[in-house]
Design a binder for this molecule. Structure first.
Ligand SMILES: Nc1ncnc2c1ncn2[C@@H]1O[C@H](COP(=O)(O)OP(=O)(O)O)[C@@H](O)[C@H]1O
Ligand SMILES: N[C@@H](CC(=O)OP(=O)(O)O)C(=O)O
Length: 452
């Protein structure tokens, strides 16, 4: 079985949905297709929820009307036959009546989660109805019946595997399944989600649960690039990278993959192929358990929204147990730490979740003086860093002579070197590193022959 995930842009219009159908019907291999919401939908649902939270029902209604019109346009293009257009309209009316029913009840987190789930529910239902119109047999697998997270928000892997194997067994004859990415139920059996961009994570969890042969992530670019194409012009698609390298890049900001999406695939050693829906002939990037003998820097990514906290205390001098106390503060406040760096009398820590920052700072102040820096970005360089040839750190930092670097983390992993800069320097850093580390992309212009 293959698991193929198609992102928001891939299902972003009727025309694109038809491209997805071409891809999944090219061969008869059994497949679970995981779909995101049509691009823009989840953002609009977030905005609707925000307006309800802030008591702006008219704005919420306006956004809902706009979204409804968009979907009426989509079904007009998707269903040529009147019978299917009518079925599509009934589906859309059903979902929008459901959305509007929450305008009448008091806003809550649970209401917001239900609203956010509607995008994937709509896209999968419309897609499956289209398959029906063109005579392709398929079955909807409702993600809310098998995708579950526990009290800590972690996927309940044994529940997912158990439920999915039962569903697949009950539908032994079916070769093509369609399911929703992103959405799940939580331990209270309420509708929840795997956080923004979570459809990649859904695909990886499903792939791992059913021991798939391959997990395919179809997106709008020819695979994973060596640098962020949103900020750097000359980038290229990587042919192959290891699970560890891909995990570092995803975690440290490569938007193409959800930060946690690599781990389930790595645990089961299932190759992940990143492909382009709009150029399916392109090879894409294979993420696998490949050997680490290639001595290369593979790629660069950046993660924004980082806050650095520095705790300075002379009580740290020659003392033991100090770091534990500091870590306990973050642990107690359920705030993950990204990077750390220590000296004999100070420790600097970075976080990307600041919901509990005030409580954290209050507690930390009992251990020493505390400084906070905001609007920072972590730059991550992934590759075979530890076994790389001498001078690699020199090569990296010499390209950044004029950029102030706030913190460096090296040696924690063999596949990652990361450092902290001001977000205002991020684009310059990504471009400087591209020029310095991928020189082949910048061929020297031939020098003109000297004239006699
Ligand atoms: N290293 C990278 N390689 C490829 N794309 C990247 C990278 N870093 C950021 N991106 C951006 O990620 C986008 C794809 O991710 P996303 O928009 O989440 O796709 P989807 O909607 O298919 O899930 C690309 O269009 C590209 O701009
Ligand atoms: N629709 C969700 C889930 C998702 O993964 O979307 P995409 O595949 O377009 O990044 C979101 O917008 O967050």
């Amino acid at each position: 079985m293959i698991v193929s995930k198609f992102g928001g842009t891939s299902v972003g219009s009727a025309e694109n949905m038809k491209k997805v159908v071409d891809i999944i019907t090219q061969n008869k291999e059994p497949r679970i297709v995981v779909l995101s919401a049509m691009s823009g939908t989840t953002n609009t649902l977030v905005a609707i929820a925000q307006n309800l939270r802030e008591y702006h029902p008219q704005e919420a209604e306006f956004l809902t009307q706009q979204l409804y019109k968009k979907y009426i346009g989509v079904i007009g293009e998707l269903y040529e036959e009147d019978e299917f257009f009518e079925k599509g309209r009934i589906l859309i009316d059903y979902f929008f009546t459901h959305i509007r029913s929450f305008f009448e009840v008091p806003y809550s987190q649970s209401v917001e989660k239900i609203l956010l789930a509607q995008g994937e529910l709509i896209s999968t239902n419309l897609f499956q109805l289209y398959l029906e119109q063109i005579g392709v047999k398929s079955k909807l697998l409702p993600a809310l019946t098998f995708m579950r997270i526990d009290e800590k928000g972690e996927p309940d892997k044994s529940f997912i595997a158990q439920k999915l194997s039962k569903l697949l067994y009950q539908n032994k004859e079916t070769k093509l399944f369609i399911t929703q990415g992103f959405i799940c139920k939580n331990y209270s059996k309420e509708i929840d989600n795997l956080e923004r961009g979570g459809s990649d994570y859904s695909a990886s969890l499903i792939g791992a649960a059913i021991d798939a042969e391959q997990i395919q992530i179809y997106t709008d670019i020819d695979g994973m690039h060596n640098n962020d194409p949103r900020y750097v012009d000359r980038t290229f698609s990587l042919e192959k990278i290891s699970f560890d390298e891909a995990a570092e890049l995803a975690y440290f900001g490569a938007k193409i993959l959800h930060p946690q999406s690599i781990l389930p695939a790595k645990e089961k050693n299932i190759p992940v192929l990143v492909k382009n829906t709009f150029n399916p002939e392109a090879k894409g990037t294979l993420i696998c358990n490949c050997d680490y003998n290639d001595h290369h820097i593979k790629a660069i990514a950046a993660k924004d929204g980082i806050t650095a906290v520095k705790i300075k205390s002379y009580r740290m001098l020659m003392a033991y147990g100090f770091l534990k106390k500091i870590f306990d503060v973050f642990d107690k406040n359920r705030t993950p730490i990204d990077m750390i760096s220590t000296s004999e009398v100070a420790v600097s820590i970075t976080i990307d979740q600041t919901k509990r920052l005030d409580d954290i700072l209050t507690e930390l102040r009992s251990y020493g003086s505390v400084e906070v820096d905001t609007d920072l970005s972590i730059i991550c360089i992934a590759g075979n860093i530890a076994q790389n040839k001498k001078g690699i750190t020199g090569a990296i930092f010499s390209t950044l002579e004029n950029i102030p670097i706030r913190m460096i983390s090296y040696g924690g992993s063999n596949y990652n070197l990361s450092f902290l800069v001001k977000t205002t320097d991020k684009v310059a850093v990504l471009n400087l590193l591209n020029k310095g580390l991928f020189k082949q992309l910048y061929p020297k212009t031939p020098t003109l022959l000297k004239q006699e």
